[in-house]
Ligand binder design. Structure first.
Ligand code: NAD
Ligand code: UD1
Length: 346
């Protein structure tokens, strides 16, 4: 029996494939490489010494997708594929409803047809909106503020309805906080295209000299040093969270929602200082206006994942910084030969 990983060539997907292979799962990948490169998958195989089966298919193509279910004994699906750029989703919401929501409908329809009813879904902490208290538990009220977040919430709700209609489904919804870092080999990592929107890839691009300085978005928030606080989680810890969730999804028939975070927050300046100390580099920065729509503080209560999945994040901020830097240094142009131009970068 194999695990189908949609979007398996992407940032989180490729790291998760390593942990799945290390745990002796057979892995089949469906990816259209719209925001990734097949080289990532060669490197996953190089790191693990194991082989994976790869289909270059767009999830919206149901007929092609059926072929994957016909040719393999799929036991469960980990569903990463989708677009993730918040700003792009505001400009082009229909693209996001098509590529995230419709493609998930297509996936679940095919799963149902082939009687594969175990799914682990990549959601996001973005579904919580503005938290009134901290840390954020899974039963906090949801409030989405952009089309990207709305697609995540709608998919979560859709999966609930699917379960209500047929309780032989088993569904794990994973709400990620802020994944950063890279595999310690330095062979795979986050292949940001253009100017990154997110903090860690921006820092590494300043450190390598590709960008001049970090723009710190605001220093008057009600936080220890006035800069925004987030729950950064090492991508390999996150990947392991998927293996833990997968086991539970296969064993049980229920809908589970889990925060995947470390449970502690770091400010922008704390991350910057940690990066400098982990790499012995100096990263220039300047303070700018706050980014519209940003929340001051955001961090997870990850107790449920520990109690019910037996999972918790282990890696330190220092390891996240060191690994992010190793990836950047060894791969200044990411995966180099990009196969197709991306439609999405966060
Ligand atoms: P990514 O862009 O690196 O990976 C997504 C993968 O899906 C890519 O390989 C892309 O080519 C593929 N893909 C996209 N649309 C497809 C389609 N229609 N058919 C087939 N393949 C398709 O993104 P990531 O950072 O690895 O994120 C994975 C998932 O986790 C996404 O659903 C994202 O919304 C979610 N998420 C990510 C973050 C984050 O900070 N990276 C945070 C919260 C949630
Ligand atoms: C982003 C996503 C969100 C996703 C989350 C987790 C956006 C708008 N939001 O939010 O949907 O769920 O990641 O992966 O992309 N910062 C700077 N300078 C920079 C970049 C960031 O100061 O150049 C600050 C931000 O103001 C914030 C912190 O760094 O305080 C983290 O920012 P970022 O990495 O973009 O993550 P989120 O804001 O949490």
């Amino acid at each position: 029996m194999a695990i189908l990983v949609t979007g398996g060539a992407g940032y989180i997907g490729s790291h998760t494939c390593i942990e799945l292979l290390n745990a002796d799962y057979e892995v089949v990948i469906v990816d259209n490489f719209s925001n990734s490169n097949p080289i990532a998958l060669q490197r996953v195989q190089q790191i693990t010494g194991k082989t994976i089966k790869v289909y270059e298919i767009d999830l919206l193509n149901e007929l092609e997708l059926e072929r994957v279910f016909q040719e393999n004994s799929i036991e469960a699906v980990i569903h990463f594929a989708g677009l993730k750029a918040v700003g792009e989703s505001v400009v082009n919401p229909l693209l996001y409803f098509e590529k995230n929501l419709i493609s998930t409908i297509s996936l679940c329809t095919v799963m149902q047809k082939y009687n594969v009813k175990n799914i682990v879904f990549s959601s996001s902490a973005t579904v919580y909106g503005l938290p009134e208290t901290l840390p954020i538990t899974e039963d906090f009220p949801l409030e989405v503020r952009n089309p990207y977040g709305r697609t995540k919430r709608m998919i979560e709700e859709m999966l609930h309805d699917v379960y209500i209609s047929d309780s032989s489904w088993s569904i794990s919804i994973l709400r990620y906080f802020n994944p950063i870092g890279a595999h310690e080999s330095g062979l795979i990592g986050e292949d940001s295209i253009g100017i990154p929107n997110n903090l860690m890839p921006y820092i590494t691009k300043v450190a390598i000299g590709e960008l001049k300085e970090l723009n710190v978005f605001g220093n008057t928030y009600e936080t220890s040093d006035g800069t925004g606080v987030r729950d950064y989680i090492h991508v390999c810890d996150l990947a392991n969270g998927h293996v833990a969730a997968l086991k539970k999804t296969i064993e049980m028939n229920e809908v589970g929602i889990f925060n995947l975070g470390t449970g502690r927050g770091y400010s922008v300046l704390e991350v910057l200082r940690a990066f400098e100390s982990a790499t012995s580099l100096t990263v220039p920065y300047k303070v700018c206006d706050p980014r519209p729509g940003d929340v001051a503080i955001y961090y997870a209560d990850a107790t449920r994942a520990f109690k019910e999945l037996g999972w918790k994040a282990k890696k330190s901020l220092e390891e996240m910084c060191k690994d992010a830097w190793r990836w950047q240094l060894n791969n200044p142009n990411g995966y180099l030969k990009r196969k197709k131009q991306s439609t999405s970068s966060k």
